[in-house]
Each structure stands twice: as C-alpha cells, then as structure tokens.
Design a protein around this ligand. Sequence first.
Ligand code: FES
Ligand SMILES: [Fe+2]
Length: 399
Amino acid sequence: MPAMKEPTAGAGDRDPPLRTLRRELARGAVEQARSGGTAVALGVLHEDVSFYLDAEAFAREYQAFFREMPLVACLSTDLPEPGSYRIFDDTGVPIFITRGKDGRVRAFLNICPHRGARLVRTECGSASRFTCRFHGWTFDATGKAIGVPEEGQFCGGIEAQKHLVPCPAEERHGLVFVQATPCSIMDLDRHLGAFDRELAIIGLGNAWRVRGDDLPVAANWKYGLDTFFETYHLNSLHRETFKGLFSPICVFETFGRHHRYTFAPLAVHKWLDMPESQWQVDLLPLQYFLFPNTILSVGSTSPNGCVVNIHRIFPQSVGHFVSKMAYCAIGGVESPEYRAEIDRAYETARAALLNEDYSVAGESHPGLPALPPGTKLPVGRQEIGVQNFHRNVHELMGT
Ligand code: FES
Ligand SMILES: [Fe+2]
C-alpha cells in the first residue's frame, strides 16, 4: 500500500523537510527579485562546437559515464515487492533488476550463462525464479542456478560458470542505481556526496510512476541536457507554454557534479510585498540534475508542487539519444483531481519537450558541423547550469 501524501498545512514549525527547503530557497528567489538579478556564473564559457560532435570523445564519455558510473535504473516503487523485476537495457548492456525475498535489489546481466540466451523477456513483472527458454536453466533472485536439466551429463564441470553474472545495484532514497559493468565496484556514497541529503528530502521512496514515454531525439545527448539547465530560453522558446508560469529568476547550488536549479514562479514578484508566512512556497519548483543523465523535477509544472517528473537521457550515438520521461505521484494517486493534475503536467511537459526543447536540439544538430572548425559557442553567465555541466564533463574527461 502506498503511504499517504504529506499534509499540506501552511507555514509552521512542523513543516516537512521539503517545505522547509522550499522556504529557504524562496527567500533566495525573493532576494534575486528584489535586486533584479539571478544566479550567474563568473564569466562567459566558450564551448567548442566539437563538444556536441566529436565521435571519439563520445565513445570515451559513454564508457566513463554510462558504463562506469551509477545510473538511475528505476524507482524503488517500480520493484514494489519481493519477486518484482524490471529490465534495464538503456546502456546497451542487457540487464535485469529484481527484488529478492530479503527485500534487497540485485541486478544481473540478462544473459543466460549456458549459451547466452536472453533470460528475462518481458519488460517487468513478478517472478520468484527465472527460467531460460532455450534449455530450461532456472535461476533464483540471487542469481543462483537452482535448476539445470540433466546437470549430471555435464559431469560437474559447470559449477563456477552456471550462475548469473551480477552488476552493482543499490537503492537509495527511492531510486535504484545500477552500474552497467558486470562485477565492477560501484561507490554510490562517493558518487552522490552531499547530494544524498537532498535526495532524502525529496521523498522519492513514496513516488509512484503514473505516466511515461520514451522520446527519441536526433541530437547529441549533452545538447538535450543543456536545455534543462538554463531559463534564458524561457521567454522565447517557451512563450506559449511555461512563460506564464515561471520567472527566469533562479537560485542555483551545486553538490559536487550534481546541482539544484530552482526557478521561481511568477508569484515571486508578489511575494516581495507579502509577509513570508503568506508565500505559497509549494509553488517553487525544484529541478535537480543527477550527473550524468538524470533530471528530477519536483512540482515543476504543478500548481501544488506534488508532481515529480524524472527525465533520463540515454545516448544511442553521437547524434542520437532517447529521453525517458516518467511522471510520478508522491503517495500515489489519491483522487481524480490529483490524477487530472498529473495528466495536465505530463501533457504540457511532453508537448514542450517535443515541440520546443528537443525540436530545437534536433534542428540544430545537423547544422553544427557546417560551422568552421574551432568555432566557440558562448554559454552565458546566466546559463550557469549549462556551464556547470560542461565544466564537469571536461574535468572528468580531462579535456
Ligand atoms: S542458453 Fe539458457 S539454458 Fe541454454
Ligand atoms: Fe526548455
């Protein structure tokens, strides 16, 4: 049973941690509004156009970020009970994740150790054991081979290689992380650092997937991510969709490679003349970037701030990526009104991504190679989230 949604009482000393955080950030946004400013970087970043085009750099990034780093594979609630399983193929490595009788989440190569057949063939479901359709080997949720037909005919020579090959997997604050290299070491504490505390505040352990879609885009994966990291384009590209909801004022904070990008609702200008206790801080959307590919938006298109949407971007090639979106209800869908709110938020965001952000990305990509080699694209001071992302990519890749 999903737990109940957090109460939405007004300001007070019993505010839940998410509201307390929003209140702090609202103070920052009001200060920005008062001074007519927004979060800015120290200077302009001049990015070489090859950042989006270089195939050799892409191959190195793919290995470092999508094979050797923890990735968000699904929500904890996607594996709601012992026996729940789910395929995770998005890195090109066939993997499935399952929750064991002990409640622990484990990931394995979705490859039968007998002759390499695909073991789990349905996207998700529930099973206490997994049987390969080729010759009938059967495995439990710990990856152990528990049935090998005619095993005696092998003369006992298969003990070491008859079990499933594990990949690192770990749950943290409602997210399931997987590292897509079998038998590697995943250091999630090191990867998350101070971001761990923010994740705990969001409360994704109680977020239930309601709607989702996979959007294929013919552009570089970093170009796609960049569109989430600045509000400079709000009044132009999103003039029909989000301009009326949000102000370009943002409060920005980094947590190692990850960041929080809070853009203020238009109401922030009214808050200037109101006592703090009357600010509707639940209107404040929190947008997080979890390096290398995941955006967590908390209440970003919702009037009462209780919709969480998750976008994960998985590259397919230097010029193609798939954007996987999932809209989630904290505490589950409790009423038709809440469901309608989520539907509205989902439809608005999906249309904006397809017709605006990703449309620009897809139109830009084929044109970029025509620019003279060495062309630098300016990333402005107010595009601070883009700068932060690019700096981290360069630092990690030594470029
Ligand atoms: S390949 Fe799976 S049992 Fe033979
Ligand atoms: Fe956008």
